[in-house]
Design a protein around this ligand. Structure first.
Ligand SMILES: Nc1ncnc2c1ncn2[C@@H]1O[C@H](COP(=O)(O)OP(=O)(O)O)[C@@H](O)[C@H]1O
Ligand SMILES: CC(=O)N[C@@H](CCC(=O)OP(=O)(O)O)C(=O)O
Length: 346
C-alpha cells in the first residue's frame, strides 16, 4: 500500500478554473486571414491595398498560454492510448451537489468524448433523493451505505433519479456541446434486478443479476454519451433501487471497459478515514479486502470498493476512486500520469 500527503496544488497540471484554452480567444491574437472571411464573418480588406507593409514582428505567447498548450501536448499519448476505449464514470453523492461542479464534471466528460474516448455516465443522486424524501416526511435510513427502501421510498427514488437527475445531466451534456441519451436499468432490460440478500432489512434494494449492454452499443457508436440511472426491474416488473457504484461496476464489466472511475466526495480511500492526509494511492485487491475486514473502510466506501474489485475480476483494466470535488479530477486521472485518487489494481 502506498500513502501520500494530501495532493499539493502543484500536482494539478490543469488550471483550476478552466480545462481548455479560452474558446473565445483574445481578438488581438486573431490573425487576419489572407483571404475570405475573418472570425466574425466580415469580409476582409486586404492590408496591402490600404497601407505599406509594417516591419515583421514575431508575437511571443504568454507564459499562461504556454502552460495551457503544454497541458494539451502532455495529454497526447494518453489520448492516443485511450481513443476508442470505453470509460465508465460514476458520478454522484456530495460531489454532485454544486451546480458549478456538475457543469465542470460534465464539460470534462464532453472533452473526453470530443477527443475520441467513449464515456458512459452512470449516476447516483443520494443527496437529491434525501431532499425529496424530506418533502414527503420520510427520514432517510442507511445500512452499510445502502438506502433502506420501502415502497414509498422506491417511488421517490425512481422519480428523482430517472425523472430529474438523469434529465438534468443529459441537458448539461447538451449545453456543453455533446449529445447524450438518458436511460435507466429498465430500458431495453439494460439491468435486471433481484432483491438483495438482506431484503428483510433493506426492502426494495436490488442487486444486478444480468446486464444487457446491447442498447448501449449503438448509442456509443453514434457518438452519444449514455447517461444511466440505476433503477431496474425484476422479471415481474417490480422496481429496485440499485446502488449506483454497484451498477457502474457491472456495466463496466459487461462493456469490457478500459476504466471504471468513481467520483466521490473524499480524495480516495483513506488509511485513516479521519485523516484526509492518509490517502492510499494504489492498492491491490487483497489489500483493499483486508481494509474492509479490519473495519478501515466503511459506509458508502464499501460498495465502491466491492464494485471495483468485481469489475477488475471481470476484466476491466483499472478502477479508481477519485475526488469529484477537485476541479478536473477526471482529466487529471485519465490524461496525465499523476492520477488523483486511489487506483485499485487486480
Ligand atoms: N477508508 C475510507 N476512506 C475514505 N472514505 C471512507 C472510508 N471509510 C468510509 N468512508 C466514507 O465513505 C464516504 C464515500 O461514500 P458515499 O458517501 O456513499 O459516496 P458517494 O455519495 O459519492 O457515492 C466518504 O465520504 C467517507 O465518509
Ligand atoms: C441502494 C442505494 O443505496 N441506492 C442509492 C442509489 C443512488 C446512489 O447510489 O446515489 P449516490 O451515488 O449519490 O450515493 C440511493 O438510494 O441513494
Amino acid at each position: 500500500m502506498m500513502l501520500t500527503k494530501p495532493h499539493p496544488s502543484s500536482r494539478l497540471l490543469l488550471p483550476t478554473t478552466t480545462a481548455l484554452p479560452n474558446p473565445s480567444p483574445n481578438p488581438s491574437r486573431v490573425t487576419p486571414l489572407a483571404s475570405g472571411r475573418g472570425r466574425r464573418g466580415h469580409h476582409r480588406v486586404c492590408a496591402s491595398s490600404v497601407a505599406p507593409a509594417q516591419p515583421a514582428s514575431v508575437a511571443q505567447p504568454t507564459a499562461p498560454a504556454l502552460s495551457r498548450v503544454d497541458v494539451l501536448s502532455e495529454a497526447l499519448p494518453f489520448i492516443q492510448r485511450f481513443r476508442g476505449k470505453t470509460v465508465v464514470v460514476k458520478y454522484g453523492g456530495a460531489a454532485m451537489k454544486s451546480p458549478e461542479l456538475q457543469s465542470s464534471v460534465i464539460r470534462d466528460l464532453v472533452l473526453l468524448s470530443c477527443v475520441g474516448l467513449r464515456p458512459v455516465l452512470v449516476h447516483g443522486g443520494g443527496p437529491e433523493i434525501n431532499s425529496w424524501l424530506g418533502r414527503v416526511g420520510v427520514e432517510p435510513q442507511f445500512r452499510n451505505g445502502l438506502r433502506v427502501t420501502d415502497a414509498l421510498t422506491m417511488e421517490v427514488v425512481e422519480m428523482v433519479l430517472v425523472g430529474k437527475v438523469n434529465k438534468q445531466l443529459v441537458s448539461l451534456i447538451s449545453v456543453a456541446g455533446a449529445t447524450a441519451v438518458g436511460l435507466c436499468g429498465k430500458d431495453a432490460r439494460l439491468l435486471t434486478a433481484r432483491p438483495s440478500p438482506d431484503a428483510a432489512a433493506l426492502g426494495f434494494v436490488g442487486e444486478v443479476t444480468r446486464v444487457n449492454p446491447s442498447v448501449l452499443r449503438p448509442i456509443i457508436e453514434s457518438g452519444h454519451i449514455p447517461v444511466i440511472a440505476t433503477v431496474a426491474a425484476d422479471e415481474t416488473g417490480q422496481a429496485y433501487n440499485i446502488n449506483a457504484d454497484t451498477a457502474a461496476g457491472e456495466i463496466a464489466a459487461a462493456l469490457g471497459a478500459e476504466k471504471l472511475l468513481l467520483l466521490t466526495d473524499v480524495s480516495g480511500i483513506l488509511a485513516d478515514r479521519n485523516d484526509p492526509g492518509s490517502l492510499v494511492k494504489e492498492i491491490d485487491i487483497a489489500g483493499v479486502r483486508q481494509m474492509v475486514a479490519d473495519g478501515k473502510v466503511g459506509g458508502g466506501m464499501i460498495p465502491k470498493v466491492e464494485c471495483c474489485v468485481r469489475a477488475l475480476a471481470q476484466g476491466v483494466h483499472t478502477a479508481s476512486i477519485i475526488d469529484g470535488r477537485v476541479p478536473h479530477s477526471l482529466l487529471l486521472e485519465i490524461l496525465t500520469d499523476e492520477g488523483t485518487g486511489t487506483m485499485i489494481t487486480g
